[in-house]
Design a protein around this ligand. Structure first.
Ligand SMILES: *[C@@H]1O[C@H](CO)[C@@H](O)[C@H](O)[C@H]1NC(C)=O
Ligand SMILES: *[C@@H]1O[C@H](CO)[C@@H](O)[C@H](O)[C@H]1NC(C)=O
Ligand SMILES: *[C@@H]1O[C@H](CO)[C@@H](O)[C@H](O)[C@H]1NC(C)=O
Length: 489
């Protein structure tokens, strides 16, 4: 009830024209009661709201700003730097590097209101507005100083020219000089939003080096040869609602075998990738930093069959990664010696699976639960152990359970079997279903018999993933066995 009236009061302002008058009066007694008089008032408010939206929009999109590139510096004026005012060419024909760098330089000179981390100048929400243009650049866009934050670059397309340095990134959030003293982080709270970045097969899209609270939102990054996005040290880079692919394809590309590069390369901690599609790259996401989280990621970057990897967790010994609600589409997750890894509520299509790759034989604190797998009946295991370097010999707290498979081989760390028969020995072989060879940490069984004798029975052997139950004399019985590889008790 409380929820409902809150929801209604939130929606009222926007949707009043759709509300059936009077019907929900009893839920609305402490908010607004709708009458026909309030209906007109609500319509009026809605109109005013719409007008205010349109007004904001026109400020952002019409080129009616003053010819002076410098915005007024009053505290209450917005600091919006329109790049065409600096001579940038929105048709993409001539080189706009100088103009974009000049706009960036001015933006980073803005007054500091000092609300950010120590050593970071707060630019007060300054914006570099690309005005929906398409700009060609021949040098990376770098901020001329470190130690600034609260800045946004948004709203346009940037393409690397044919002489762009092939080891660079279009937008490069790194330290440009070795000026001392430098703050502990290069940048804080920089937002890169609504951008199409085309690396023109010359290097990468965005690099974020030793920075804090960087947003990459609604970006389309393509034609990279190195990394679409590189995040190195620092923390809390949030990448969301974005699309990355080396080649522009919608799947089934005849050159998929040749896709290279890495779409997102996370070499730092505490980052999040949410609602991101990776449609072409040899590796979708390469992870070498801890405590990163992935949600709503759809990888169809390069099929495992062609040598691609969806998400590669290269943090043997301390992984600390969560992958949830994601869609691995013909491309797998590989984790080296995973320690603390959680994968759940995800969908694996086309024989995509999870490979636990032994480096030093350690796997600890892993849960792979509640996922769906769908394959082509070629016997691919949903979770596969790659023990080519070394067998896994330190296995603890590994839970692979409650996954469902269609056309793939189910593997679990807990299994049940039952058998009905007359005899003195019941033998159960779990090798087909258990993930780890020769590892049963816990057995439970029940022996049910309604026959004449009251049988003596015992668990006689647990080895090689086989369980043997024996009775003293022949009985007709139902035997049920449950085994567990995850924990000892
Ligand atoms: C893909 O790579 C192979 C081998 O590297 C090469 O022979 C082939 O020409 C490439 N195809 C395309 C379309 O680039
Ligand atoms: C079970 O097997 C034994 C001998 O193997 C036999 O004597 C007995 O009648 C059997 N019991 C039932 C219920 O079939
Ligand atoms: C238990 O079974 C294994 C084969 O699975 C066998 O090698 C071993 O000797 C058995 N142990 C005992 C005590 O019977």
């Amino acid at each position: 009830m409380a929820k409902r009236s809150l929801l209604w009061s939130l929606l009222l302002g926007l949707l009043s024209c759709f509300i059936v008058v009077g019907t929900y009066g009893e839920n609305l007694h402490h908010s607004r009661t709708i009458s026909s008089g309030n209906y007109h008032e609500a319509m009026h408010r809605l109109k005013a709201f719409k007008t205010s939206l349109t007004r904001h929009e026109s400020i952002a999109s019409t080129p009616s700003y003053s010819p002076s590139p410098l915005p007024s510096q009053g505290v209450n004026n917005p600091h919006v730097y329109h790049v065409t005012a600096y001579g940038a060419d929105p048709s993409g024909n001539s080189d706009s590097t100088e103009a974009l760098l000049a706009a960036i330089a001015d933006a980073t000179k803005g007054p500091s209101e000092r609300y950010l981390l120590e050593g970071i100048n707060d630019l007060g929400g300054a914006q570099i507005n690309l005005e929906g243009g398409n700009y060609m650049i021949s040098q990376p866009l770098k901020l001329p100083v470190v130690g600034v934050g609260n800045l946004m670059i948004h709203g346009g397309t940037i393409r690397a020219s044919n002489n762009f340095p092939a080891d660079s990134y279009i937008i490069d959030l790194s330290k440009s000089s070795n000026k001392t003293p430098s703050p502990s982080y290069n940048f804080e709270y920089i937002t890169l939003k609504d951008l199409l970045l085309d690396s023109n097969f010359r290097g990468g899209g965005i690099s974020v080096i030793n920075s804090l609270r960087i947003n990459i939102d609604n970006c389309y990054i393509t034609h990279f040869t190195t990394n679409g996005i590189l995040v190195q040290s620092g923390h809390e880079t949030y990448i969301r609602n974005s699309f990355l692919g080396q080649h522009i394809t919608a799947g089934g590309d005849k050159n998929e075998r040749n896709f290279s590069g890495t779409a997102i390369n996370l070499q730092g901690n505490d980052n999040a990738v949410t609602d991101v599609v990776i449609f072409s790259a040899a590796v979708g996401i390469m992870v070498t930093g801890q405590a990163n989280t992935f949600s709503g990621v759809h990888c169809y970057n390069k099929a495992t069959g062609f040598g691609g990897t969806g998400i590669y967790l290269k943090l043997p010994g301390l992984t600390q990664t969560r992958i949830v609600n994601s869609y691995m589409d013909y491309t797998s997750i590989v984790a080296e010696d995973p320690v603390q890894l959680h994968i759940s509520s995800s969908f694996f299509l086309g024989d995509a699976n999870i490979v636990l790759k032994s480096m030093n034989g350690v796997v600890n604190g892993v849960s792979i639960v509640d996922n769906m797998f769908s394959g082509k009946n070629s016997g691919v295991e949903i979770v596969h152990l790659d023990q080519s370097n070394s067998p896994f010999h330190q296995v603890d707290q590994v839970f692979v359970d409650r996954n469902i498979a269609r056309g793939m081989k189910l593997k679990t760390t807990t299994a049940k079997m039952s058998m009905q028969g007359n005899g003195t020995s019941w033998s159960f072989d779990f090798n087909n279903i258990l993930l780890f060879p020769n590892l049963i940490k816990n057995v439970q069984y029940s022996l049910g018999s309604t026959c004449c004798t009251f049988p003596n029975h015992a668990l006689r052997n647990v080895s090689e993933n086989r369980v043997v139950i024996e009775t003293k004399e022949a009985v007709n019985a139902d035997v049920f066995v449950m085994v567990d590889q995850s924990v000892a008790s």
